[in-house]
Design a protein around this ligand. Structure first.
Ligand SMILES: [Zn+2]
Length: 126
C-alpha cells in the first residue's frame, strides 16, 4: 500500500521537475522552428524534438517502480536535449540544429543506444 502511494507522489514530483526542465528547451525549439520556417528549412526534426519533450512526462506515468521512473525519465531527457555545437553531432557538417538531417539523427541515436546497451552490460558484469 505504502509503496503505491509513494510511487504516485514520486511520479507527480518527477513530472513537475520534467516540466520545469523542458520549458526552456521548448522555448529554444520554438525559436529554432520560427527561424527554420523563415529560412525555408526543413522543420521535421524540430517538430519531432518538441513532441518528444512533450512526451517526456508520459514516461513518469508509465513507470511501475521507482528505479524505472528515474532511469527512464533521465534517459528520455538526455535523448531529448542533445548539445547544440553548431555542427551535426553525427557527421560534423555545419548546422544550426543538433543534426543536419533526420538520417543523421537516427544514426546518432542508434549509436547512443548501442553505447547504453554496452554500458548496461558492463554494469551487470561488475
Ligand atoms: Zn549530419
Amino acid at each position: 500500500m505504502g509503496i503505491i502511494i509513494d510511487l504516485t507522489k514520486a511520479q507527480a514530483i518527477t513530472k513537475d521537475r520534467l516540466r520545469a526542465e523542458r520549458a526552456p528547451l521548448l522555448t529554444a525549439l520554438d525559436v529554432q522552428y520560427q527561424r527554420a520556417q523563415e529560412d525555408g528549412r526543413d522543420t521535421t526534426i524540430i517538430i519531432s524534438e518538441k513532441q518528444r519533450l512533450r512526451d517526456v512526462t508520459k514516461l513518469a506515468d508509465k513507470a511501475s517502480e521507482y528505479e524505472g521512473l528515474f532511469r527512464e525519465s533521465a534517459i528520455a531527457f538526455r535523448k531529448a536535449s542533445p548539445k547544440l555545437t553548431g555542427m551535426c553531432l553525427n557527421c560534423g557538417i555545419k548546422t544550426k540544429g543538433a543534426y543536419c538531417s533526420a538520417d543523421c539523427r537516427e544514426d546518432w541515436e542508434r549509436i547512443q543506444r548501442m553505447k547504453r546497451i554496452g554500458r548496461r552490460h558492463d554494469e551487470r558484469r561488475n
